[in-house]
Design a protein around this ligand. Structure first.
Ligand SMILES: Nc1nc2ncn(CCNC(CO)CO)c2c(=O)[nH]1
Length: 289
């Protein structure tokens, strides 16, 4: 039978975390492959290994630490996932998106997701940043969706709309920040596609995705954004482009994870600066929860 996670299980994890830290985060950040050092810039940290958090899945991918870091970034209370969960690890989509609902129950209002992705658009090069304008959730289109099963009305509606799920205001703010950082030439908006993985896509699959209007491809992010949108979080997403997807049979290039992590480490500074500046500028509703 289909795995279900009860509201109480989310609540239990949220309550445990709120008993362990005084921080009440307004912003949650999910760090993608090689981008975990963003968490290291958080001030007054309280951090927890995923293995110590009741109900949390375990990270198994190189480049994904497995720590939940609470603290302050530019005066804003944040929680950062140093290491995310992927469908290809064998986690159910309920497990990969479990933290999002826990963040919601802790009072988080904005989710920032980052990932490493392969470029399909010709104008995107390794080291570039793609601000996610929208996504295509291929597993979700085939019914691999974290919202499948009974709907929990306490989180959101049975049939949630997804149009405009990547907040326009935050996207405009981010574009403005990249101009002021002097890196606007490395940044563009685009469509992100999630594929299941763990294998990288074939040449025919890369050509198909490109033909379908996809700009960057990865193996994460869409499920977390679907769950975040369902429960009313504001979402901002970006992809660090770590390599170009192979779209031609004439080349012998092959993508590998080590290369993905190398580019991630090389360019994590720019991602970190952009995300930190975005957090410092975003208005936060100081409504008491
Ligand atoms: N061509 C291509 N290049 C990529 N660079 C990063 N990713 C995202 C997947 N990241 C995995 C493997 O590095 C780890 O989560 C991809 C991808 O899916 N395809």
């Amino acid at each position: 039978s289909k795995e279900q996670i009860s509201h109480d299980e989310y609540q239990k994890t949220a309550d445990w975390l709120m008993s362990q830290t005084k921080h009440r985060p307004q912003v949650a950040i999910i760090c993608g492959s090689g981008l975990g050092m963003l968490a290291d810039t958080i001030k007054c940290q309280d951090s927890f290994a995923y293995s110590d958090i009741p109900g949390f899945p375990q990270s198994t991918v190189q480049g994904h630490a497995g720590r939940l870091v609470f603290g302050e970034l530019k005066g804003k209370s944040c929680v950062c996932m140093q290491g995310r969960f992927h469908m290809y690890e064998g986690h159910s989509l309920l497990k990969t998106t479990f933290p999002v609902r826990v963040f919601k129950l802790m009072g988080v209002e904005t989710l920032i997701v980052t990932n490493a992705a392969g470029a399909l658009a010709d104008g995107l090069q390794p080291g570039d940043i793609m601000i996610i304008k929208d996504h295509i959730n291929f597993p979700g289109l085939a019914g691999l969706n974290p919202l499948c099963g009974p709907n929990d009305e306490k989180f959101g509606p049975r049939f949630p709309a997804m149009s405009g799920c990547y907040d326009k205001g935050l996207r405009c703010m981010a574009m403005e920040i990249t101009k002021q950082m002097g890196v606007a030439s490395l940044v563009q908006e685009g469509v992100y596609a999630m594929v299941g993985g763990p294998n990288f896509e074939t040449i025919a699959e890369a050509k198909l995705l490109h033909r379908l209007g996809v700009d960057a491809v990865g193996m994460s992010t869409a499920p977390e954004v679907v769950v975040a949108t369902h429960c009313g979080l504001r979402v901002f997403g970006l992809s660090l482009i770590t390599n170009k997807a192979v779209k031609s049979y004439d080349v012998s290039d092959r993508v590998n994870h080590e290369g993905v992590l190398d580019v991630g480490r090389l360019h994590s500074q720019t991602v970190q600066q952009l995300v930190t500046e975005l957090i410092s500028r975003m208005e936060i509703n100081n409504n008491e929860n």
